[in-house]
Design a protein around this ligand. Sequence first.
Ligand code: ATP
Ligand code: MG
Length: 436
Amino acid sequence: MPRDQHTVTRKYISSNALKVLYRLDKGGFDAYLVGGGVRDMLLGIEPKDFDIATNATPEEIKGLFRNCRLIGRRFRLAHIVFGREIIEVATFRGHHENDGTQKACQKTSKQSDHGMLLRDNIYGSINEDAERRDFTINALYYSARDFKIYDFANGVKDIEQRSIRLIGDPETRYREDPVRMLRAIRFATKLDMKISKETSAPILPLGELLSHIPPARMFEEFLKLFISGKAKANFDMLRDYNLLKHLFPIVEQVLNQKETPQMIELIELSLNNTDKRINNNQRVTPAFLLAALLWYPLQQRIVALKHSTDLTPQDAFFNALGEIMGEQQRSIAIPKRFQAPMKDIWILQDKLARREGKRAYKCLEHPKFRAGYDFLLIRGEIEGGDAQELASWWTEFQHADSDKQQILLKSLPSSRSGARRSVRKRRKPKKTVTPQ
Ligand code: ATP
Ligand code: MG
């Protein structure tokens, strides 16, 4: 496609990506902008990042750029680092030999028993590279040398028809890399496109293959699906294709029991809030969403432990927390930096309920007070009753001056009952340690 027939212009390409393209070109290599960058510009969307494909090997790329880092084992890539912007440069991928030669090239390419590509470092031509990409709309190459778009798989037509279509035989392509099922969903919601019939048909029967994906990679995919401004749409579509269970098995299980109708409401509200925040350029943390997704499964586990053991409420809470986290980690490896605030949000649900004496002031100083309070607000909205009252109390308390704070503390149920205490026998307040 010559320059006058498409809408991709250098004006919308990051200057760092252009620098990389020109430097590779000067170094005597072919270099193209590829993937999301080209696709999104054709769709009139601002690209999230810019990926480059070249015939230079990772070592040759490194030789051209001082700010270059080589990364990845499964898929070796060069990252050219410009402050906060990273331009990803990949060497053209080639085809895999599925004959006796496979043993000889195990260092560069490796397949699992399920047909999954464990390593994909065989280099090839641009035509071969295009065939190794996932969807036709992702196999469009823009050259900064002649400003043409090279379309190897009818990607332009699929962009026009708004169709997500795998290149090659869908079943083989999903077997090579089951994450492509999640990517199909992500692109469908992000680009407001339809997954073609041939590409969507194998997802239900092959979904189980996702259980072979390492949990660390699943966490990356979770972020792309849920911290993207399309969390709610992705959640719904994942459920439609019965894939949620590979990301959140316990969530899917508890949702299916239909014993906790509030659970889906809480999850949907959190997903929608996350999307709204992202679309308003506000900060979000995955910890909040994860805490919301697993909140009712955690509650259910606490109740079960209280029934089946004689653990103290506090021990039941921490044991349940350990179990839920442990089970979740088998699907998605949640980094420690997000696990800690998830736990804080959960623990705060109990702390926020116990406000007597200096406790309320201590809560305000808790480093995760904001997240804990925001979570309580959502619970209040869904659960009503005590949670809602508690949330309103905290809304008032945190903004009140010290006189008003004193009044609010005095209005707590335990102090109010003081009047009745004179006529009734004084009872020791019952301690509850677990969150409500
Ligand atoms: P975005 O960055 O907007 O999420 P993208 O299409 O650029 O979308 P990336 O994950 O950045 O997606 O990947 C860049 C390109 O690399 C893709 O467009 C596709 O051509 C190729 N690619 C990425 N992941 C795979 C995969 N699992 N299988 C085949 N090709 C892939
Ligand atoms: Mg990209």
